[in-house]
Ligand binder design. Sequence first.
Ligand SMILES: [Zn+2]
Length: 143
Amino acid sequence: MYPQGSKNYQINFSGLGCWLTVLAVVWLLSAIGLGWIVKSIAFIVVLILATPVLAYLGFRWWLKRNLIEGNCPVCETQLAGLKNAPTVCPNCRTQLQVTPQGFVRFTPEGTVEVNAVDVTAGDRSGDAVDVSVEVLPPVDDER
Ligand SMILES: [Zn+2]
């Protein structure tokens, strides 16, 4: 007749009961040769815990390889972009192509880059002016 003591014993047991059940299940599974289930569950738990870390590291590695930083060739604004992806300069709205070497102006099919030399300036003829000439596709006359 120790009501106080029996109550304490019950509380302690219910607190340990959860872990005792887990241990009992683990022991039972390994005892009947199903230890691989425990190992698989442990493996899955480790995998779930490790996946975000690996994904983060992988993403950083990928970003380091693919993120190109450079200046806009037109207005010299500092830009960052993904390799081989087209982008638009937020400052001068120029269409740009990201290359491993940096940013270059995006030239659509049919654009001829011309390096024009200003010959009217006399002895300053060495200065080159970049001129972009777009060759338009022939217009189809549908009649
Ligand atoms: Zn720009």
